[in-house]
Ligand binder design. Structure first.
Ligand code: AMP
Length: 179
């Protein structure tokens, strides 16, 4: 399948399901299980996410729990890079570093294995969706504490009205669908 053959954003938008009021009232939840269940969308999404970073010599794709693991691993394989997960507290078994970030009410934490990234590694941070940008910003701090260099961000969906990219570093922020 050649990437130029498709109007990718239009096609992917058609296979992403919006569930109103999930997990709570007022949230328009973007469900990508319907995208994953469509084999053409699965391949196109992997290629479209990877495309901006081909020949950028990426060492590591960092994927954010949990839907960032799905395409983050695919991207790493396409880009000839490694994959590192950022997880919610208590999930990673070896020694971790941790960062907290603000939620609407209270704070949350994310963790990464302390030995996951070598100093100087070129990193792309990936998640399925950027909303407020808090999770990706916390992941940036984890990467930088280990000496990694964040050279870009990658999302399937960007909720641009929440201005999440303003919390991120001034490097390319690539999203397939901007809503
Ligand atoms: P944020 O830290 O606010 O950018 O939130 C990003 C995380 O929350 C991602 O892991 C998303 O999967 C999830 N998320 C936030 N809003 C939505 C939404 N409307 N639909 C699906 N996932 C969402």
């Amino acid at each position: 399948m050649r990437i130029e053959e498709e109007n990718i954003p239009e096609y992917l938008q058609s296979v992403i399901r919006t569930i109103p009021d999930f997990p709570k009232a007022g949230i328009q939840y973007k469900d990508i299980t319907t995208l994953l269940a469509d084999k053409k969308a699965l391949k196109l999404t992997t290629l479209a996410l990877s495309d901006p970073f081909i020949s950028k010599h990426i060492d590591v794709v960092v994927g954010l729990e949990s839907r960032g693991f799905l395409f983050g691993t695919n991207m790493a394989a396409v880009l000839d890079a490694a994959f590192v997960p950022v997880r919610k507290p208590g999930k990673l078994p070896a020694e971790v570093i941790s960062e907290s970030y603000e939620l609407e009410y209270g704070t949350d934490n994310v963790e990464m294995h302390k030995d996951a990234i070598r100093s100087g590694a070129k990193v792309v941070i990936h998640d399925d969706l950027i909303a407020t940008g808090g999770t990706a910003a916390a992941a940036t701090k984890l990467v930088e504490r280990l000496g990694g260099e964040v050279i870009g961000y990658s999302f399937i969906i960007e909720l641009s009205y929440l201005h999440g990219r303003e919390k991120l570093k001034k490097v390319p922020v690539e999203s397939i669908l901007t809503l």
